[in-house]
Ligand binder design. Sequence first.
Ligand SMILES: [Zn+2]
Length: 221
Amino acid sequence: MQEYCKSVMTARKHTLRGQVDRADGEREFFATLREHPTKPAVKRVETVLTLMVEADTLAREQREQKRLFERSGKDWHRHKPLMESLHASTRTWKLLNEALLPYSWVPLAEGGIGRFGIIERPVTTSPAQWAYWERMSVGTLLRLARKPGELSRLRRCSECLQWFHAIKGHQQFCGVSCRRRHTAQDSEFKDKRAAYMRERRIDEKEEEAQSKRQAARVLSE
Ligand SMILES: [Zn+2]
């Protein structure tokens, strides 16, 4: 019990700090995922995150498809790809529910002068740093999942594959360095392809000229 109280106290301190700078908290969360990928607690949180984002992505794709069907006046109820996508959703929800099963929450009264509220607090019996981090992180993810559109902001960087929180709707990279690296590779790839195409055109011309010469020889024989 004493340990539980201690963790609630730290939770309060964290909440306050979180309110002061939410962006800092998010950076810290993603930095932890990046820096300690092999910690079991981090792996479990990443599973929850991956499944949540997957379920959200599937739902968004389905909404878009449904909207297109409705616009064209077609019936989507028997559309096979859409039904398959729904099955994929069901599988993801099942896995997510299993992943969320170990976490429990208790309502907690808190307040200050002129302020009172009931909040949800994670129950943790372990005073260990990672157990605490795990509960808080899952709590953050659950809060994000309840806010419409928030999960679509949690993405994997197209370059380094690390998780990040997108500020802009179309953002693909976790930061400037990954975007630059990707652009550089992209232009290097384009240069290489252009060179390859040039070579091929020269080869083709050479082949064409050769076959013409051959044909001319055959004709003249
Ligand atoms: Zn990146």
